[in-house]
Design a protein around this ligand. Structure first.
Ligand code: SF4
Length: 311
């Protein structure tokens, strides 16, 4: 029986660092250029960044305190030996170069067990001097840039008020890769105006871009968003759990095996969520996906002709 039918981030981290690595989220108090008027106002129509705040993570607290509390929390439940600090909230390169440098350096220095940082940001907010500063940090520790792609279709990017087009995304990925920095792409499948085949084309796009990591999310509709208001006025179709499992397995089959998968579905707190409401724990969703790959006897990249992974 195959143990790993897709390249999972957890396994990748173990290989890279010699053991499990835990994520500690921080909120650096950044805003987003798509909300504060730099690019646009209102933000992406699906976005409710506060919904994704991990327990205890607060914009008001100093970064050091957030990290120390995150490490203490994880240590009370597990036996963690290594951490990656995840700069998760809003756009974490939306600031002055020296401010960014000192915040990232500070976060890397809070605890000897911190092996790296992941920086969530936008493709239109990584000017060259910022990337070069980040490359300096990457000489010592692991650093990954996370850029939301969401969709490779300009029509969709416009409809969701993304504030940049696909060409801008490609340009940022190429400049990031030119400095040997890895990129994690976020994609959303399920915009009601996209067909299933258009959603699946996203896998080929990621393959062509040579993306290093991916987070795949199903579209979920949150109450306090523009998309949520649209949904309340005129409900549209979202995926059932069964439909999502089938689609994401199709996506995995089309994804190059070299791309490491960090997420296979979205997550939102129940109290904010309008649809879809699957009513099951995250681990159950993941198990359904794994079971479906077993049922199909399938694996990442199978549709591209990728060899069956070793047992
Ligand atoms: S770029 Fe990110 S933080 Fe900004 S509005 Fe869009 S989803 Fe929200």
């Amino acid at each position: 029986m195959l143990r790993n039918r897709y390249s999972s981030y957890g396994e990748w981290l173990k290989r890279r660092f010699g053991g499990p690595v835990y994520k500690v989220s921080v909120d650096g108090g950044f805003t987003c250029p798509n909300r504060d008027g730099t690019v646009a106002r209102g933000g992406c129509t699906y976005c409710s960044n506060d919904s994704f705040r991990a327990l205890g993570v607060g914009a008001g607290k100093p970064v050091r305190q957030q990290i120390e509390e995150g490490i203490r929390f994880l240590s009370s439940r597990f036996d963690p030996r290594m951490f990656i600090v995840y700069w998760q909230h809003y756009t974490n390169t939306h600031g002055e170069l020296e401010t960014l440098r000192s915040r990232f350096e500070e976060s890397l220095g809070v605890d000897d067990r911190i092996v790296g940082i992941a920086i969530g940001t936008r493709a239109d907010c990584v000017e060259q001097p910022k990337l070069e500063m980040i490359r300096e940090l990457a000489r010592e520790k692991f650093v990954c840039l996370e850029y939301g792609l969401e969709s490779a279709r300009d029509e969709t990017l416009e409809r969701i008020n993304r504030g940049h087009d696909f060409a801008r995304y490609v340009e940022a990925v190429e400049r990031t890769h030119a400095l040997d920095l890895p990129v994690c792409a976020h994609v959303i499948l399920g915009f009601p105006w996209e067909s299933l085949s258009q959603m699946l084309e996203g896998a080929a796009t990621l393959n062509r871009l040579g993306i290093d990591f991916v987070k795949v999310h199903h579209l979920h509709v949150l109450g306090n968003t523009a998309l949520g208001q649209e949904y309340l006025r005129r409900p549209f179709k979202t995926f059932s759990l069964e439909e999502w499992v089938a689609l994401v397995c199709d996506f995995i089959e089309l994804l190059a095996p070299a791309i490491v998968i960090q997420r296979l579905f979205g997550w939102a707190p129940e109290h904010d969520l309008l649809a879809p409401r699957w009513g099951v724990h995250k681990s159950v969703v993941l198990q359904h996906i794994k079971n479906e790959l077993v049922r199909r006897d399938s694996w990442q990249g199978k549709e591209l002709g990728a060899a069956r992974p070793e047992e």
